[in-house]
Design a protein around this ligand. Structure first.
Ligand SMILES: *Cc1c(COP(=O)(O)O)cnc(C)c1O
Length: 369
């Protein structure tokens, strides 16, 4: 490529990034739309969070607390942590980016997995480093594949546990095996955006694993079970040295005051979160059974979404199902960018939305080819 000296030129790699494409929101011409494409909760946030948000409207002229102390103390009290090991971000997306920009540079490698969250690759590349993608095993992160890909250039490993869009998880024992096999200078990022939904005894979001190691961090979000995606709030639990480094890089007021206030109330409302998890798990089971009975293959999910695989037959493929569902107002997520050419991801919605998708997919699968 001839470099053009007549205009500013981004660093090498920046223009190779495929920008993140959010879930669709519209179904043209359809009166009622059910957006099931971004894993948002159908239950909204805790009423306590909404009240706190409204109250914050009375002092919008003031800068927020740059330490987000109220929010960090609320998180610390719920999980029994030291607030000094917590750092909040403008969504966990910001934290993933800050980690990449703090620890990666040109010549470094960071390992991600075949169906991993696309934000990792974007942030690794934006930091000037090289993403190294390893295979998953039957929609599960493969610890051996990650360990086999480590070179002297490896600086970070990013995994979502549970995974998105797979909805699968690795037990704590596997994460511990991964940590044991990684060189001590390689930072492992455990993205536990869906941790609150998981009902498995052998799952660990990573709190203890972070406490026991100097090279593991866990990120969490308020965008999913807490229903505050619009406010952009994430948090990270990390060793003090990691918090110290990232604090130097982040913007001084990276969370807004309404976000700090609403987030603190949301996380303290434990009943609300438990009810949301109960609602979710019953629908995960029911929808998995219904779709399986239609001869669709569903990857077993511990999250608030399902990965639905369609038959490789004319008239029955995922793209055709996507059009069919969209015409009825049900917006699911195409997952080609995640390496699934013939699948759709459905977020658990309201009862009305879920029943509607069951009815629509029953019609779709029943129609003559
Ligand atoms: C939704 C999601 C997040 C959360 O992102 P926010 O920036 O906190 O809204 C993080 N990781 C994964 C894997 C997700 O699916």
């Amino acid at each position: 490529m001839v470099s053009d000296m007549n205009q500013p030129v981004p660093r090498p790699g920046i223009l190779d990034i495929a920008a993140y494409v959010p879930g669709k929101e519209h179904a043209p011409g359809v009166e009622k739309v059910y957006k099931l494409s971004s894993n948002e909760t159908p239950l909204g946030p805790s009423p306590r969070a909404i009240d706190a948000f409204r109250q914050a409207a009375s002092s919008l002229e003031l800068y927020p607390d740059g330490q987000a102390m109220k929010l960090r103390e609320a998180i610390a009290s719920v999980y029994g942590l030291n607030p000094g090991n917590l750092l909040c971000g403008n969504g966990s997306d910001e934290l993933l980016g800050l980690l990449a920009h703090t620890y990666l540079g040109a010549g470094d490698e960071a390992i991600i997995t075949e169906h991993g969250f696309l934000v990792y690759k974007i942030q690794i590349t934006a930091a000037g480093a090289t993403p190294v993608t390893v295979k998953e095993h039957d929609c599960h992160v493969d610890v051996d594949a990650i360990l086999a890909a480590v070179t002297e250039r490896t600086k970070m490993v990013f995994i979502a546990n549970p995974g998105n869009p797979t909805g699968t998880y690795l037990p704590g024992s596997e994460i511990r095996r991964l940590v044991a096999g990684l060189p001590k200078h390689v930072l492992l990022v455990l993205d536990a955006a869906y941790a609150e939904y998981v009902r498995r005894n052998d799952y660990e979001a990573g709190l203890e694993i972070v406490s026991e190691n100097r090279n593991v961090v866990m990120t969490r979000t308020f965008s999913k079970i807490h229903g505050l995606a619009a406010l952009r709030i994430g948090w990270m639990y990390a060793p003090a040295a990691v918090i110290d480094a990232v604090n130097r890089v982040r913007g001084p007021f990276n969370l807004s005051a309404p976000a700090i206030a609403a987030g603190a109330e949301a996380i303290l409302d434990r009943d609300f979160a438990h009810q949301a998890a109960d609602f979710n798990v019953s629908w995960i089971h029911r929808l998995t059974d219904e779709f399986t009975a239609l001869d669709l293959k569903v990857t077993p999910s511990v999250t608030n979404f399902l990965l639905i695989h369609f038959p490789d037959e004319d008239g029955k493929r995922a793209a055709e199902a996507d059009d069919f569902l969209t015409r009825r107002g049900f917006i699911l997520r195409a997952v080609r960018a995640y390496g699934f050419n013939n699948a759709l991801r459905m977020s658990i919605g309201t009862q009305e939305a879920n029943l509607g998708v069951i009815a629509a997919l029953t019609d779709f699968m029943g129609q003559a080819a």
